[in-house]
Design a protein around this ligand. Structure first.
Ligand SMILES: C[S@@+](CC[C@H](N)C(=O)[O-])C[C@H]1O[C@@H](n2cnc3c(N)ncnc32)[C@H](O)[C@@H]1O
Length: 280
């Protein structure tokens, strides 16, 4: 059994090394700055497209739970989003079950990332668990719900956790506080591919393809009921003061691809604007 597991693991790592080679070859061609983030999100970005406003919302929520919150990024990969959060919450940490992702690429694992399956952390409660995009079928909500007071999760409209495809925490006794919509990295990726890497596409075809964006990413905030009002109020007051001029350089790619902050979408009926927060 252990040998089987090791073989499966080394196969995955081989795939990872191959993908990393493709990433290096892409980078050697000096592509426009920040494109790699949306083309190789695992190596140099994240599977959800975010702006600085998202980081600051997450930090504001965490501080509403506790002035000095314990914060755990579950399945953090190389920790791209976590690194941003740590600038504001220095005690934040991550847990990643595949230690091989660091060793396969000869990368040093940061001390703030623990190599373990989240299922093994049941005796380590945290104020906030952040669950970034998970592979469809990976569903550890029950474990996360046992250790966290507040859960912030992102997932694609395409469907992930569980049989119904959502990543909701209501069934684990949590209350939904708020949600917002951001573009899926898949849409950003497709837009970049159409604009820069498919020269044969006509302008008309590119415009048509841009209207087909549908793989939105959702951010949901959940909390234990006794904390719900406090977090809701803190988030509402944070949003009232939100300043989208605070931004990361890579956000220019989102703007250019038509995924502006508060950009209105024609194809949806609720939360019509990207990054618009809906308080429940
Ligand atoms: C699709 S990647 C997402 C990485 C990062 N959160 C992001 O959004 O870019 C999912 C990561 O979760 C890790 N993972 C899956 N199941 C896990 C578990 N039970 N405990 C900890 N990490 C897990 C995987 O190894 C993988 O690195």
């Amino acid at each position: 059994m252990a040998a089987l597991r090791a073989r499966a693991m080394s196969f995955k790592l081989e795939e990872l090394q191959k993908a990393h080679k493709a990433y290096r070859q892409f980078a050697e061609k000096n592509p426009p700055v920040h494109h790699a983030r949306y083309i190789f999100p695992f190596f140099t970005g994240s599977y959800f497209a975010y702006r600085k406003v998202d980081v600051l919302r997450v930090v504001a929520i965490a501080k509403a739970v506790n002035e000095k919150p314990s914060y755990l990024d579950v399945g953090c990969g190389y920790g791209d989003f976590l690194k941003k959060v740590i600038e504001y919450l220095p005690g934040a940490s991550g847990v990643e079950k595949e230690g091989g992702i660091f060793y396969a690429l000869g990368m040093e694992k940061p001390a703030y990332i623990e190599i373990a399956p989240v299922e093994s952390l049941l005796s380590k409660p945290v104020d906030v668990a952040f669950v970034g995009w998970m592979e469809p079928g990976a569903d550890f909500r029950r474990q996360v719900a046992k250790i966290a007071k507040c859960v912030i999760t992102t997932f694609d409209a395409g469907g992930q956790c569980g049989v119904n495809g959502g990543c909701e925490y209501d069934e684990f006794g949590f209350e939904q506080i708020a949600w917002w919509r951001t573009p899926s990295w898949i849409d950003v990726n497709a837009e970049l591919m159409n604009r820069y890497y498919t020269p044969s596409l006509s302008e008309e075809k590119k415009r048509h393809l841009a209207t087909l964006r549908s793989a939105h990413n959702f951010w949901y905030v959940y909390a234990r009921p006794e904390l719900a009002d406090k977090i809701r109020e803190a988030l509402a007051s944070h949003i009232a003061r939100e300043d989208a001029k605070e931004r990361y350089d890579f956000e220019g790619v989102l703007d250019e691809c038509g995924f502006g902050y508060k950009e209105e979408l024609a194809t949806v009926t609720t939360a019509k604007r990207l990054w618009e927060v809906i308080l429940d």
